[in-house]
Design a protein around this ligand. Structure first.
Ligand code: 13P
Ligand code: SF4
Length: 345
């Protein structure tokens, strides 16, 4: 069945030629990355999208990534997401309307200039909101630079939606004493007046996949493999990041394994598909999932089934555009400002 599908994908791609480019995030299934022209982290894929000149950009990833590709590509280029069900739950944890209401509260509580930074894992309307308030977008590979940009321009940062990436970045910058978690809808959480006494205000969002890594997983892998090195994504909890040997984006994780000496052992604290790719790509390195048998699988990324890739490509051959991701023009312009600020830092 897989051979037949591969043949169909290849036939469609041969027909479409340079009209199509396929971008695949590191967390995509093997069958998707095998057909991708570029494989990378969120930052690299947004740069590839910006530089692509194909008429169609097929995105192996989740909705917010395809939206960002649409924002960054030219108006005559079309972005296609093979499944419309591929929505990152973390992006849904900071909806622009909610943030707008919370922003009114937090800015009323201080005269200081707060700069909002949104993680790439958010929808276009929130990116537009951040641009409007003088803020920007970041990914896990440049969050520290986005913080530096914000503190250059203003006094305080509101970081959305990932509290763990925010906390880990604050530690990286030696600003761990300046952080507060703020959930405007939780009566137990700090009130706005208390929150603004701190310089880094963290929105209450998180990744359901990375939050499941625990210090016990690190202890267990080191017990079982005393020579193991541990590399984790900065969406993991602080306690886990503190125990790791290396922390970084999915491209840093990939590079770490690429640069490992033969025979070294690396336990990988991120979505399971990347761990599986690394173990296939680098048989000379002993690549292990950090969590043993517990499967850290991102349901949103998994929605991009190779059968859907086949379908969108074959439909394009027939002249039909399916699953087009199009950001509303009024949001697009501002969201682009927030993304361009990131690409410039
Ligand atoms: P990267 O930017 O490191 O590729 O991460 C994207 C993501 O969704 C992590 O969960
Ligand atoms: Fe979203 Fe987490 Fe999946 Fe990344 S791994 S797309 S942050 S749910």
């Amino acid at each position: 069945e897989e051979d037949e599908r591969t043949a169909r994908i290849e036939a469609a791609l041969a027909e479409l030629g340079d009209d199509v480019v396929i971008l695949g995030h590191n967390y995509q299934r093997r069958e998707i990355v095998e057909h991708s022209d570029f494989i990378g982290d969120s930052y690299q894929l947004s740069k590839e999208a910006a530089e692509a000149d194909a008429d169609y950009v097929i995105f192996g990833g989740v909705t917010f990534m395809a939206e960002s590709a649409d924002i960054i590509t030219d108006d005559d280029q079309t972005v296609i997401l093979p499944s419309m069900e591929a929505s990152c739950p973390m992006a849904g944890m900071a909806e622009a309307l909610q943030v707008d209401a919370a922003w009114a509260e937090i800015t009323a509580a201080t005269d200081a200039n707060i700069i909002p930074i949104t993680y790439m894992n958010s929808y276009a309307d929130l990116k537009a909101f951040c641009a409007e308030q003088g803020g920007l977008v970041c990914t896990s590979s440049n969050a520290h630079r986005a913080f530096e940009y914000a503190f250059d321009k203003g006094d305080k940062v509101l970081f959305l939606p990932d509290k763990h990436l925010g906390e880990n970045t604050a530690h990286r910058l030696g600003m761990e004493d300046e952080i507060v978690e703020w959930d405007p809808w939780d009566p137990e959480s700090a009130d706005p007046e208390t929150a603004v006494e701190n310089d880094i205000i963290l929105w209450e969002g998180y990744c359901q996949v990375h939050e499941r890594f625990r210090p016990e997983h690190v202890e267990q892998v080191r017990d079982e493999h005393p020579d193991a090195n541990v590399v984790v994504h900065p969406e993991c909890r602080r306690e886990v990041v503190e125990m790791a040997d290396v922390v970084g984006s999915t491209s840093t994780i990939t590079q770490t394994v690429e640069e490992a000496d033969p025979g070294e052992t690396w336990a990988i604290g991120t979505e399971i598909h990347l761990t599986k790719h690394l173990s296939r790509w680098h048989p000379e390195v002993n690549v292990l999932p950090l969590c043993g048998d517990a499967c850290m699988d991102c349901n949103a990324m998994r929605q991009i089934d190779p059968n859907y890739l086949t379908w969108v490509l074959e439909e394009l051959v027939e002249g039909r555009e399916r699953n087009v991701i199009e950001v509303a023009p009024e949001e697009k312009e501002l969201a682009r400002v927030a993304l361009d600020r990131m690409l410039e830092i």
